[in-house]
Design a protein around this ligand. Structure first.
Ligand code: ZN
Length: 161
């Protein structure tokens, strides 16, 4: 038995900075919306999906208290390019309840292979470090939002917007 561990308040959220990958603790949803990273001082949410390299991907999926929605894409993929604005639009709606990141499977084929990606675009949804949803094919913004909400139980109702 070592020293006693200090528990944070149950409502604390762990938000991984999309810029520097530092894990930030924020007290609640409202605070998350405007919070800045304690390490790099940049906003924790910018209403846009963050490009993730393998270490950022691992960190976001493994350490975030909020669900993480991943768009696996590649520059050569036409439907992926078509879907990019929709995914960015979805980020504006889903943040700060969900973290949206993009994984370039051309730059990081090892990660895509490990995830068992068969074709792109493919969206993966993670919660608590586990995959809770997967869907392939280009989708529009409202379809992305409702697909993610169905699987995370995240709703805007009564959220104060
Ligand atoms: Zn940061």
């Amino acid at each position: 038995m070592g020293q006693l561990r200090e528990f944070s308040a149950v409502s604390d959220r762990h938000i991984v900075c999309p810029h520097c990958a530092a894990v930030n603790r924020v007290p609640d949803r409202r605070a998350a919306e405007t919070a800045r990273c304690g390490t790099c001082k940049q906003p924790l949410f910018v209403s846009a999906p963050a490009d993730a390299d393998p270490s950022m991907f691992e960190r976001q999926v493994g350490r975030s208290s909020i669900p993480v929605l991943v768009d696996v894409w590649a520059p050569w993929c036409g439907p992926c390019r078509m879907m990019a604005p929709a995914f960015a639009q979805a980020a504006g709606v889903l943040e700060p309840d969900v973290r949206l990141i993009k994984l370039n499977s051309q730059d990081h084929p090892d990660v895509a292979a490990r995830l068992g990606i068969q074709g792109i675009p493919t969206m993966l949804l993670f919660a608590g470090g586990r995959e809770v949803g997967r869907v392939s094919g280009a989708m529009n913004a409202s379809a992305i939002v409702s697909w993610a909400r169905q699987r995370t139980g995240v709703s805007q109702q009564g959220a104060g917007r």
